[in-house]
Design a protein around this ligand. Structure first.
Ligand code: ADP
Ligand code: MG
Length: 156
């Protein structure tokens, strides 16, 4: 799926293109085009799982979608993180730090909204199970999450 996992990434949360993720109950924090460009260009699109932290807050489980960005006529990718946690407020403009740990599945088209929502729920359950494995759990404590906020790092 991706040559170098775990993959460490940090960047600002920007406004997405309002596909109604929040309305589906799964808001996705979007990275800027600049951050997306810093990803390996041969990266496999699809759904991944990992760890995420907003600012210097707590580290939570997440599911991540790397997909084709409709805003750029699907010639550019988008990277969107759904953090498995209920936040009191939105966090646009804050620094999101993520570690991509593993791959779940490729992108798919769904026949119905119900099918899409149940696939997302399954992705979330799979992410939760995977991240409880000792080898994945240890990344939650990685020093990466304790580095100064200002430091933007993409896998180095
Ligand atoms: P957009 O199209 O602007 O990305 P979304 O409907 O995908 O809008 O909502 C994303 C925003 O919701 C994030 O940028 C963040 O500020 C907020 N948010 C609140 N809770 C979460 C969460 N658990 N995971 C990700 N984003 C969240
Ligand atoms: Mg979004």
């Amino acid at each position: 799926a991706m040559r170098q996992l775990p993959y460490f990434c940090r960047g600002e949360v920007v406004k997405g293109f309002g596909r109604g993720s929040k309305e589906l109950g799964v808001p996705t924090a979007n990275f800027s085009e600049q951050v997306v460009e810093s990803f390996p260009s041969d990266i496999t699109t699809g759904i991944y799982y990992g760890w995420a932290c907003v600012g210097n807050g707590d580290v939570h489980k997440m599911v991540l979608s790397i997909g084709w960005n409709p805003f750029y006529k699907n010639i550019k990718k988008s990277v969107e993180t759904h953090i498995i946690h209920t936040f009191k407020e939105d966090f646009y403009g804050e620094i999101l730090s993520i570690v991509i740990v593993g791959y779940i599945r490729p992108e798919k088209n769904f026949d119905s909204l119900e099918a899409l929502i149940s696939a997302i729920q399954e992705d979330i359950e799979e992410a939760k199970r995977q991240l409880d494995l000792p080898e994945h759990l240890k990344l939650k404590e990685d020093n990466f999450f304790h580095l100064p906020e200002s430091k933007i790092v993409n896998n180095h």
